[in-house]
Design a protein. Sequence first.
Length: 341
Amino acid sequence: MMTKKYGVGIIGAGWVSGEYVKAFRDHPLTYVVGMYNKTPGKATNVMKTHGVEGQEFKSVDQFFDDERINIVVHCAHADTRPTYISRAALSGRHVVIEKPISMNAEGTAQIREAVTKSGVKSIVSCVLRWNPQFQTIRALIDDGKLGDLIYAEADYWHPIIKAYPGYSYYMKKISGGSSFVVAGVHAADILRWLAGDVVEVAAFSTGPIDNKDYEYQPVSVAALRFANGAIGKLSSIIEGDTPYIFNCRLFGTTMSINNNRVHSHKYYPGTFGYWEFPTVKPDSGDVAHHPFVPEIAHFMECIENNVESHASIHDMVKTMALCFAIDESAAKGGQPVHVKL
């Protein structure tokens, strides 16, 4: 029988924290030591809601002084991530990093340097890499079915409404950042993971038009040039009247993929148009719908086997670099910008 040998400490008790509590509560190798949140009582409420009798730490220093903690999860405000994740890594703890990694390239570099120096394992929670639809598409690509990539695009359309926890946080420039940093990063990451690295972007942003609470432009679109020679597009729309929609389309020389629909004359010569494969689609912005359990299971396998995750900080800095390049291009009125990989 497996022994629960990894203690987990969680910083932040917001909307997504409960998903981490559940995932680590149920994994056979981990248990939740406790949580720290700047608002007293909130951490205890989250743990009790999910049947965990963990400790609510009174200060971040008390949190880091607890030697039972082997893994640190940071799901508090992103502007505090560089400080706390670096401290966790340099104290020898493995780290789980919510998205966005940081609000700027300097913060992202700080975290990567700390993780590299300490040698701990890391994972960034762009959780759609574990969504069954994208796992299926990744398998098709790995099997060579797509052929050479010609064009790829992804869209993140999810207006942030006042009913959402953290609404005021998302609205501010200092803590929300931009449409792609706060939300569209999911689309940027899944496109990178499936289509490859982007080397150049040309972007435009607009708004706010309807919701004046935004301190930045909530609608952004970018044309892309991939390292492999293909071109593409990314869009992030977090203002307007639309349900949550996440599109991902890839066109190759021997197959095209339109969300969970596939077309190929080579592999499916008797079909007409696209055929649909049944799967769990990325069709909800509710964190309870997101695949945290397989993400954490993957991370624990990486720790146990001493291997890097495909979603480690070492890879994910490229996703953030893409988002920052889009913002830079939009700020320059659509001027092409090279992605600093």
